[in-house]
Design a protein around this ligand. Sequence first.
Ligand code: AMP
Length: 225
Amino acid sequence: MIIVFLGPPGSGKGTYSKRIADIMCVPHISTGDIFRDAMHKKTPLGVRVQKYLTGGELVPSCITNRILRERISHPDCEKGFILDGYPRTLTQARALDTLILVDLVINLVAHEEVLVTKLSARRICAQCGEIYNLANINKVIDGLRYDMPSMLPHTTGVCDKCGGRLVHRKDDQVDVITHRLQINSHQTIPIVNFYRLKGIVEDINVNLGLEKTTPIIVNKIRNRT
Ligand code: AMP
């Protein structure tokens, strides 16, 4: 099964999509992770995309589409995969459509106030990419209760999984966050509409937090298979 995760930065897209990929035993493919890894290793791709990532800008689709095409042609993708962070534009959604048929789109939803709080409190392992969140949200916004506990490491600043150092991503600083959220809302709406017309979108509000929302997503997937 091929599943696309959509949702604004801070909605937990990375965490949810990784969890669901583990549960379904399929690869989790994040174009952001691929770019960060390339930057970390200072490969030619990494050098090329660095200015876009640090500025919170989208990497041009000609680069992103090629990277994605190469990744999904890998044999581990034969039984399906989960896409996180791709497609980000209608051009990418159309490009993807020429390669494979998406079965389901999980569209994560949350209030903007929650997104800004979660993003500025996000920490990522510099070594393995594991995500943590220092913000503990428990409040009612626009009549809906958001109960989203923090996801803390056992030792402050240290990754539970690999012992790597936890860092605050440059594009998770408040000035860049606002810019990323603006880019996102302009570009995501047409993509959601593109997939809505195909009847494959499930909207999921993440207000109940990771532990309660994950089984809801799993049920949606099972109902579609
Ligand atoms: P993410 O980890 O998904 O938030 O991505 C981090 C950064 O990688 C983004 O701010 C973009 O600069 C770049 N990026 C990731 N995926 C894409 C994509 N599909 N198209 C363009 N740029 C991307």
